[in-house]
Structures are given as C-alpha cells and as structure tokens.
Write a protein that binds this ligand. Structure first.
Ligand SMILES: NC(=O)c1ccc[n+]([C@@H]2O[C@H](COP(=O)([O-])OP(=O)(O)OC[C@H]3O[C@@H](n4cnc5c(N)ncnc54)[C@H](O)[C@@H]3O)[C@@H](O)[C@H]2O)c1
Length: 264
C-alpha cells in the first residue's frame, strides 16, 4: 500500500481551518509531512496555526483570514499563498455553514443565497483561484467537503442539502478538466462532533420541541457505528484522498458517516 505521507516541500491549503474538521485536517496534513496554509473567516485560525506549528516545528505553517464567499477576499488569499509558499499541491475546501432551519416555504431567499454563497460558491472560488498555481506546482489534489445531507434531502434543510449536493457536479467536472495531474474528490461526512453539529442539534431541538440530548440520542442512535464521528476521522479521509494511497481515485464522493447513509 502506498504511503499516506507527502514528500517534503508539498503545500496544502485548508479552508475552514478554525473549525472542527478544518483544524483537524490542517494538523493531519502537517503530520503527513506537508507545509500548511490555514484560512478561515474567523481570526481563531491564527491560534490553530500556532498550535500546529509548535507541534510540528519542522513544517512551515501560515494563517490568513479570508471570506470564501467573497471573490475579492479569495483572490487576496490566493495571492498570499503564492507570496508565502510560491506553490500549492493540495486544496481542502472544508469551510461551510448550516442554514437557519426552516421549510422551503419559510426560507428567505437571502438565507438560501447565503448558504450557497459559502457552501458551493466558496468551494468554486477557492479552487478556481488556486488552479493556476496548482498546475505550475506540478499538480496534486483537491478535496471538497460535502455532506451526507448532500446525498439525500432532509426536511427543513433544503438550502444546505442542495448546496452540498452541488459538490458532486463541481468535483466531477473539475476531475475531468484537471486530469491527470490533479485528482479531485469530495468527502461526505455524517454527524461529526463539531460546533456546527451542535448548532444543528440545537436548531432541531427547538424545531421539534425536544431536548437537545433527546435529539442527539435519536440522531446518533441511527448511526450503525454507534456514535457521532470524531473530526479526525474526516481529516484522515481528506488526507487519504490527497495522498498517493488514493492514486487511482478521482471524481468520487467518499462517505465517512459511520454507515448512516444506509439508515436514512
Ligand atoms: N459537523 C458535521 O456534522 C458535518 C457533517 C457534514 C458536513 N459537514 C461539513 O464539514 C465542513 C466543516 O464543518 P465543521 O463541522 O468543522 O464546522 P465548524 O463550524 O466547526 O467549521 C466551519 C468553519 O468554516 C468557517 N467559515 C464559515 N463561513 C466562512 C466563510 N464565509 N469564509 C471562510 N470560512 C468560513 C467557520 O468560521 C468555521 O471555522 C463544512 O463544510 C460542513 O458543512 C459537517
């Protein structure tokens, strides 16, 4: 089996790197030997970068605040990658938001657009802005983060589900456009123990007039592997999809959901 480690000097860009899955992904790239550029809309990203840098002092680690739903901000981020590292080999488009819970008839168009703006426009803008540098760096990988809710609809979360379902069209088109030097895949997590999942559980609890713990028991109870997922499990899947261990995989969406998709 080829290794999940990267040759020295490869650079990974991770969006949403201040969040649960993004921070774990940035750390996992560093562990696997890559230098890491962390970006997020929140300035907590600088603390995450400092922590990774002190754990892996041999890696070059840089952090930058950008809004992935804003083209100008994304272009600034891509310029910073070029200025600081001069190359990029792996892009992990992790950043995302969950919509305000509501049926379609009560979902404001602005909320629909906000959800799409981050979840799919953001993935498009980030990958588009870095493709020239990815090509001139000799290629590598792109991994976007979809969702189990992008594979089947979910009442009261239509904007989120539709914005995540769009990832499969984006990654399959990119996989054809960029082959053979860049492989492009997505990972579709289930319920992962992060701030976003806590927000989703809280919204469902208010919507269903049930306690958050009852909602958690119900949602996690449907997972065959028996628990909400650790963000590191998604980080492992992302780094696998970037590494030589997945050399013949492109255009795929890989489930990482504890078996949940077979139960919904
Ligand atoms: N946690 C889950 O259960 C779960 C399940 C399926 C998919 N996902 C997906 O995983 C990804 C990571 O989510 P998480 O669970 O780590 O959530 P999280 O809330 O911990 O992290 C999301 C990060 O994205 C950042 N972000 C939001 N809007 C941004 C913007 N406009 N520009 C730049 N950064 C922005 C946030 O600041 C945050 O740090 C998301 O795309 C999410 O949809 C999560």
């Amino acid at each position: 089996m080829p290794s999940m480690d990267f040759p020295a000097g490869q650079v990974a860009v991770v969006t949403g790197a201040a969040g649960g899955i993004g921070a774990a992904t940035a750390a996992r790239y560093a562990e696997a030997g890559a230098d890491v550029f962390l970006t997020d809309i929140g300035d907590k990203v600088h603390d995450i970068a400092k922590a990774i840098s002190s754990k892996y002092p041999e890696r070059k680690v840089h952090s930058f605040v950008a809004d992935i739903s804003d083209e100008k901000s994304v272009l600034g981020m891509a310029e910073e990658v070029k200025r600081v590292f001069g190359r990029v080999n792996h892009i992990a488009a992790v950043a995302g938001i969950v919509q305000k819970i509501a049926p379609v008839e009560h979902t404001d168009y602005a909320e629909w657009r906000r959800t799409f703006g981050v979840n799919i426009d953001g993935a498009f803008l980030v990958t588009k802005s870095l493709i020239p540098l990815l090509r001139s760096s000799g290629g590598g990988s792109i991994v976007t983060v979809s969702s189990v809710w992008g594979q089947s609809g979910r009442a009261n979360f239509a904007a989120y589900c539709a914005s995540k379902a769009a990832h499969s069209g984006l990654i399959q088109s990119l996989a054809q456009e960029l082959a053979p030097s860049v492989r492009v895949n997505a990972v579709a997590p289930g319920h992962i123990k992060t701030d976003m999942h806590e927000v989703a559980l809280q919204s469902m609890s208010e919507d269903r007039h049930q306690s958050k713990e009852d909602v958690r028991k119900h949602e996690w109870g449907a997972i065959p592997l028996g628990d909400g997922g650790d963000p590191r499990a998604i980080a492992d899947t992302i780094v696998f999809l970037s590494s030589p261990a997945s050399a013949y995989i492109t255009g795929s969406t890989i489930d990482a959901n504890g078996g949940l998709v077979f139960r919904t």
